[in-house]
Design a protein around this ligand. Structure first.
Ligand SMILES: [Fe+2]
Length: 192
């Protein structure tokens, strides 16, 4: 059983206003409810004997399982890496970004472009196979992830994340987010 993390709007959050934040939290809580519901179903029979890749109840459970669970995890990472009062990235983060993207400003430009190009999420993650950080683009919670990679910075670019406040000004939302990253949180994820 997954618990809901009680995220609260605080005055160090400048990327989104309270109304935008609170409606987004409701959506996050819906994902927690759904993964708990799915886990409950999968603990039982769940129609395994009729599992079929074209259509079956069990297939829907498996599709919903990764969609809902990634929805929970990505939202929790996103809410936790927004806000704070960081002046900029910590030394450890800066070193990694300079190594893998040549400079901080090149990483920044690439992360913004990744967010603009994505329908769901932009992630900075550590790809263990390549032994480097990458900016990756997800079109949905469960579409676009690299297996065996660890996200350290997460930006929600689904329209629900900004439309109430910014309407179609996605670029403005991304710009405000880039100036409101909790770099302490990112550094902790890089150095667990
Ligand atoms: Fe979201």
């Amino acid at each position: 059983m997954l618990n809901k993390i009680p995220f609260r709007y605080t005055d160090d959050i400048t990327a989104v206003n309270r109304a935008q934040f609170e409606v987004h939290i409701k959506l996050y809580e819906g994902y927690v409810d759904k993964i708990n519901e799915i886990d409950g179903i999968l603990a039982g029979d769940a129609g395994r004997d009729k599992a079929n890749a074209t259509f079956s109840f069990y297939r829907e459970c498996k599709r919903g399982e990764t969609y809902a669970l990634n929805g929970v995890i990505l939202h929790e990472l996103y809410f936790a890496n927004m806000g704070g009062r960081s002046a900029g990235p910590e030394a450890v983060t800066l070193r990694c970004l300079e190594q893998d993207f040549k400079s901080f400003s090149r990483w920044q430009a690439d992360f913004i472009a990744t967010a603009q190009a994505s329908r769901g999420w932009a992630l900075l993650c550590y790809d263990q196979r390549s032994a480097r950080y990458r900016n990756i683009s997800l079109d949905a919670h469960d579409i676009g992830n690299i297996a065996y990679s660890a996200p350290v910075l997460v930006l929600d670019v689904y329209e629900h994340a900004y439309f109430l406040q910014y309407a179609n000004k996605k670029d403005e939302y991304i710009k405000r987010f880039m100036n409101n990253i909790n770099w302490m949180e990112v550094a902790q994820r890089m150095n667990p």
